[in-house]
Design a binder for this molecule. Sequence first.
Ligand code: NAD
Length: 300
Amino acid sequence: MKVLICDATAQKALDMITEAGIEVVNKPDITAEELLVEIHEYDAMVVRSRTQVRKPVIDAATKLKAIVRGGVGLDNIDVKYAGSKGIQVLNTPTASTSAVAELAIGYIFALARHIPQMTSSMGDGEWAKKSFSGTEIAGKTLGLIGIGRIGQATGQKANALGMTSIAYDPYAKESASIELVASLDNLLSRADYISLHVPFTEETRNILNAEAFAKMKDGVYVINCGRGGTIDEDALFDALKSGKVAGAALDVYTEEPSMGHKLYTLPQVIGSPHIGAGTVEAKVRVGTEVAKNVIHALKG
Ligand code: NAD
């Protein structure tokens, strides 16, 4: 039995799979063209967010029994079509929860105290004590859009820091520590910080659009460590320019990879290249779960 590793995966995972008697072929930079030609040789494939597993790949994968996604989102995989061909699609839903929640919390502090901008100013040889008046997060309201694993973890951490977390999620059950609000408008009108933790769906596409920004408090901060496409980036640009939104922190973008994005021409925007799950600990957890999924799918 053979598994193709299509995206960078922890060595520990590769070792665990090999020890289980499954041959590992590690091609973390495989191109879409190479994948189409080679996939017929494999019983399982491991991907993260880079590799696209659409109909042509699935059609070519005549032996494939499992597609294992290291991470949460399955938007790069045609899950229904794979299912129709009897191919299991497995992910590692809990492995990156802490990492992403911690990044969101880090961004709340960074926005409140302008930490990246101050660092950059120091690097420019300045001593701009008067330019960077911060605010405190204690006593502020965090509005979570989506209160699944990561939204919940982010809200609990924020509450422990003295914030009050509220959440909009029409599919969530009650939460012990976080008030669920009945409408998005309610959240938009109350939150000092808004953090997105929803998947990208037809319903969440541009859930923060110009209309939504208009309903927010003046000087609100917006954070997106969830999925690209959930913020109308042109509308965010305008809301930042007008001062309606005081600052934004972004880990995900409508188009990825995103180089030279116009939002980064604004000094109030800070961010990262989709590395929410990029901690040493999460990579090990993802790797371990990936390996277990591969072994379970191929060996039972
Ligand atoms: P989850 O499935 O546990 O939670 C998602 C929540 O969104 C669910 O509670 C769901 O009910 C809610 N939701 C769906 N549609 C909604 C809508 N229209 N309005 C409000 N809420 C809605 O997922 P999770 O593990 O908490 O992950 C959340 C997001 O974070 C996912 O999109 C995932 O892809 C993303 N993520 C990003 C990174 C990163 O590197 N930045 C890493 C891991 C996960």
